[in-house]
Design a protein around this ligand. Structure first.
Ligand SMILES: C[S@@+](CC[C@H](N)C(=O)[O-])C[C@H]1O[C@@H](n2cnc3c(N)ncnc32)[C@H](O)[C@@H]1O
Length: 214
């Protein structure tokens, strides 16, 4: 199978520049919440520059961080050196994770399910690599619950993915997770708008879904 190529050189540079500002504005706290209490072997998909790495608790024995975009992956390799737990950064995509069935105790998806081309396919892969009973930790921006705002997001999605590295503003990611045969355990909705430009992606969810044990 030919691996999907993810190359967003301009967006990657802009993201690498501004993501730390988003962290200062509050995203770092969300990342800590996302990863709190994790243990065992973890795969983080679409790890970007590795901004989550410093938040992994010591109970995590190792992280495989998958990042397909070369510029971001190089930065993630550097971030892995300072991580408090062992992190191995690898090339790969959500649609074909470089891992065995049931290999991990947890999968982490942060601000990336908006960007995958095939959302059900990515979630099916995440479920495949999780052991039965393993957990999916997610932190994502999503479609607004307000009908008018949701329609505006859908209209914006004609353009937005072309300037934002494939990101879509209007995905209903909580529903997609449930549709992918995960059991939703916790899903907190909140608004996070670190700058005026982030208004279309202000609605967020953070939480835990589980691959059923049987
Ligand atoms: C907005 S960035 C978020 C990066 C990081 N997860 C974070 O929380 O800062 C979106 C990330 O998704 C990655 N991505 C896009 N399509 C992907 C795919 N099909 N498989 C894996 N990662 C993908 C991008 O390369 C990028 O690193």
């Amino acid at each position: 199978m030919t691996q999907e190529q993810i190359r967003h050189p301009h967006f990657a540079k802009v993201y690498a520049r501004f993501a730390p500002e988003m962290d200062k504005a509050g995203a770092a706290k969300h990342r800590a919440e996302l990863l709190a209490g994790l243990s065992g072997r973890v795969i983080e998909v679409g790890a970007g520059t590795g901004l989550n790495f410093r938040h992994y608790p010591a109970t995590v024995t190792g992280v495989v961080a998958v990042e397909p975009e070369p510029f971001l992956r190089d930065l993630a390799v550097k971030a892995a050196k300072d991580a408090p737990v062992p992190v191995e950064v690898v090339d790969g995509t959500a649609g074909a994770l470089p891992s065995e069935d049931g290999e991990f105790d947890a999968v982490v998806a942060s601000l990336m399910l908006c960007s995958v081309r095939d959302l059900p396919g990515a979630l099916a892969e995440m479920r495949r690599v999780l052991r039965p009973g393993g957990e999916l930790r997610f932190y994502e921006h999503v479609r607004s619950e307000n009908a008018v705002a949701g329609s505006l997001q859908r209209a914006l999605d004609v353009l937005w993915p072309h300037v934002a590295g494939g990101c879509h503003t209007s995905r209903d990611i909580a529903t997609a997770i449930a549709d992918a045969a995960f059991e939703m355990e916790e899903c907190r909705r909140f608004k996070f708008r670190p700058s005026i430009f982030a208004a279309p992606v202000a609605p967020h969810i953070i939480g835990v879904a589980r691959r059923p044990a049987h």
